[in-house]
Unconditional design. Sequence first.
Length: 335
Amino acid sequence: MVPPCATRRGTGVCDNGVVPRLRLDLAYDGTDFHGWARQPGLRTVQGELESAIDTVLRVPVAQDGRGGVSVVVAGRTDSGVHAAHQVCHMDIDQRFLDAAVGHMNVGPVEAFARRLRRKLPPDVAVLSVEPAPDGFDARFSALERTYVYRIGDDGADFDPRIRGHVAYMEGTLDVDAMNDAIAHAVGLHDFGSFATPNPGGTTIRLVKYARWIRVPHTPLGPWERDGSATVDDNEPSLGAEALDIPVEESGLVCLAIVADAFAHNMVRCLVGAAIEVGQGDRNAAWFADKVAQPLREGSTGPAPACGLTLERVRYPDAALLAERAWSIRAKRTLP
């Protein structure tokens, strides 16, 4: 009898060779996590997710933690960084999925998704679970990742409800100067001044888009109110502006940055350098020189993790997934 199979944690291989692959789309609040990647003795998103999967699917796990399901993620987030839409995949034997149905009148994948949602802590949400198309690899098939960094300066009203995913600072940032600087990051560059490579890797990345904006006052609407109506005839009409409730991000300074991939600490270090320009301590020429000279010289560090959120991961059409995964594994060099 062929034994049940899950990708075994710590080995990256399966027991019986061919198993179904599932795509999992997630969101999480990174505040109380030591990043994505599993670490002994620390609370991480991967650790919580894999443990929940093992429990839900009753996958055997050794005392040393080896043997459970291993998930592959589109992009590892640092300690304190959030994700509005993260993507990962897992390989699991169909018999584990079938056993998850129990008394539910749904298919195995839906049953697994429901049980996983109930098992995970409230700071991790399962957006969807579905069979992955042929050739899909959450990490290597991705075309691009989009991050947003949110800052509350003196030009924005302090809203304590969103303090967990906004970095606050004194003074009013010069958004135009920050855009003059961040424009130098767009293109294929070695971002060695802003990031550290993985072992055997590189800090060469293709940034496709990067721009700062100050979010305008945007109403939560579209509620409309008849300004002539009053509850009490003795009180004047409140008017339509009474429902002009701003969205939480109104007034924030936000960076949207899109790249094929990001190196460790790359976005937060780019943000940290751009903030220095926005505060008037540096200029765009200094920022451009940092891009042109890929050496860590210690003049800037990463911006606070709390302001950074992975917003989305984009993939090619299904027919191109395997080709993309194969091509991206090659180590890049500058032309």
